[in-house]
Ligand binder design. Structure first.
Ligand SMILES: *[C@@H]1O[C@H](CO)[C@@H](O)[C@H](O)[C@H]1NC(C)=O
Ligand SMILES: *[C@@H]1O[C@H](CO)[C@@H](O)[C@H](O)[C@H]1NC(C)=O
Length: 372
C-alpha cells in the first residue's frame, strides 16, 4: 500500500475505533453496579425453585416481557427493571440464584416474593428468602467479588461505594404477617405503633449491615398504600378511588407510621450515624397515590381492579396459570391483586428517578444520587 492509502486506511481504522468507543460509552451505565433487595414487587426469579405459592414463573405473568415468564410478578418490567434502564444498564440486573463469576460486578437482585424484614413473614405462602438472608447472600457476593480485585479490599470498597443499592421491604410484614391474624400473633402482640418501631429496629440493623459490607448509595422505599390494592378492596368492599374514603384507612394508617419512621431513619443515617452514607427515601406511598389521582393523565382507565385475577376487583385470588388477562394492560394500574403493571412501574420509576419534588424522592432523587 502507498503512503496515502495507508493513511486513509489507518484513518478509517481510527474512525472505527472512535465510533466503537462512542458506542460502548453510550452503553456505560451511570453507576458501575446496582444491587437489589426486596419482595415480589422486584423479585425477578429468585423464588422459581422454591416451594411457595409466591411464584410467578408461569403464563400470563411476563406476557409483555421479551423473555416471557421469568418469575417477575407483573406483565412486563418491574420497578427496578425500569430503574436499571434509567441508570443506563444495557441488561436487567440478574437474580442471585443464577448469577456467577464476573457478572456479579454489575450487580445482583436478591429479592424474593413474600419476603419481609422479619424471617417469619410470608410463611403462610411457603418458603422465601427473608431480608436477613438476602443480606447474607450479599455478603457472600462480596467474598466472590474480592477475587476480581485481587483481594484488595480498599479497591473493592471504593468500587462498591459508587454502586446503587435498592431496598424495598415491609409490605409483607403487614400483608403477610400483621394483618393476617389467623397465621400470626403480631397483630395482637403489638400496637401498630410498636410494630412499626420493631420493624424499623430490625431494618435499621439490616441496612447497617449492608453499609458495613460496602454500600454507600442506598435507596430505601416506603411501603405503598396497601389499604388500596385490589386484594384489600376485594376483602372489604372498597371501590378504591384512592382518594381515601374507600381504601382501608386503618391499614394505610399503620403503613404511614412505618413510613414516617423510615424517613427519619434515612435522616439519621445521613446525618452522621453512618459516615459517608447517602441514603434516599422513596415515597412510593405518595407516588402510587398520585398515579390513582391523576389516572386519566397517564391513560389509566381502571385503578381498583387487577388486569388478571379472580373474584371481586380481580383481587381475591392472584392471576392463575394460563388465565386470560385483560386486553389492554396499559389501561390498568394493577396487573393482579397486589402488583402494578409494567406501565405503572415505569411511570413511578421515572418520577423517583428525576423528579425535583421531594415528595417522591428525599432528600435528592436517584439521578442526583447516581452522579454524586
Ligand atoms: C381494614 O383491615 C383491617 C385489617 O385487615 C380489618 O380488620 C378491617 O375490618 C378493615 N376495615 C375496613 C373498613 O374495611
Ligand atoms: C360486603 O358486601 C357484601 C355483599 O354486598 C355484604 O354481604 C358484606 O357484609 C359486605 N362486607 C363488608 C365488610 O362491608
Amino acid at each position: 500500500m502507498g503512503n496515502f492509502s495507508e493513511l486513509v486506511f489507518s484513518g478509517f481504522l481510527a474512525l472505527l475505533w472512535l465510533s466503537a468507543r462512542a458506542c460502548s460509552q453510550a452503553q456505560e451505565p451511570q453507576v458501575p453496579c446496582f444491587f437489589i433487595f426486596g419482595d415480589s414487587l422486584v423479585d425477578n426469579g429468585n423464588n422459581n425453585g422454591i416451594l411457595t405459592l409466591a411464584r410467578a414463573n408461569y403464563r400470563p405473568y411476563g406476557i409483555d416481557f421479551p423473555q416471557g415468564d421469568t418469575g417477575r410478578f407483573t406483565n412486563g418490567r418491574t420497578y427496578v427493571d425500569a430503574l436499571a434502564q434509567l441508570l443506563g444498564f444495557s441488561n436487567y440486573i440478574p437474580p442471585y440464584v443464577r448469577t456467577r463469576g464476573p457478572a456479579l460486578l454489575r450487580g445482583v437482585n436478591y429479592a424474593s416474593g413474600a419476603a419481609g424484614i422479619r424471617d417469619e413473614t410470608g410463611n403462610n405462602l411457603g418458603d422465601h428468602i427473608p431480608m436477613n438472608q438476602q443480606v447474607s447472600n450479599f455478603a457472600n457476593t462480596v467474598v466472590h467479588m474480592r477475587r476480581f480485585f485481587r483481594g484488595d479490599t480498599n479497591a473493592l470498597n471504593s468500587y462498591l461505594s459508587k454502586c446503587i443499592f435498592y431496598s424495598g421491604m415491609g409490605s409483607n410484614d403487614y400483608l403477610n404477617n400483621y394483618f393476617m391474624p389467623d397465621f400470626y400473633t403480631t397483630g395482637s402482640d403489638y400496637t401498630t405503633k410498636a410494630y412499626a418501631a420493631a420493624l424499623l429496629q430490625d431494618y435499621s440493623r439490616q441496612l447497617t449491615e449492608l453499609y458495613e459490607l460496602g454500600a454507600r448509595k442506598v435507596v430505601v422505599t416506603s411501603v405503598g398504600q396497601i389499604g388500596c390494592i385490589p386484594y384489600q378492596l376485594a376483602r372489604f368492599n372498597g371501590s378504591g378511588s384512592g382518594s381515601g374514603s374507600q381504601c382501608n384507612e386503618s391499614i394505610n394508617k399503620a403503613i404511614i407510621l412505618f413510613n414516617t419512621g423510615l424517613r427519619k431513619l434515612v435522616d439519621r443515617f445521613n446525618n452522621g450515624q453512618l459516615p459517608g452514607a447517602k441514603f434516599v427515601y422513596l415515597d412510593s406511598f405518595q407516588n402510587a397515590k398520585d398515579l390513582v389521582l391523576n389516572a386519566a393523565t397517564y391513560g389509566f382507565e381502571v385503578v381498583d381492579k387487577g388486569c388478571c385475577g379472580v373474584g371481586k376487583n380481580n383481587g381475591q385470588i392472584t392471576c392463575l396459570p394460563l388465565q386470560e388477562p385483560c386486553d389492554d394492560r396499559r389501561k390498568y394500574i394493577f396487573w393482579d391483586a397486589f402488583h402494578p403493571t409494567d406501565v405503572a412501574n415505569i411511570i413511578m420509576a421515572k418520577k423517583s428517578f428525576s423528579s425535583k419534588s421531594q415528595s417522591y424522592a428525599y432528600p435528592i432523587n436517584i439521578q442526583q444520587l447516581a452522579t454524586l
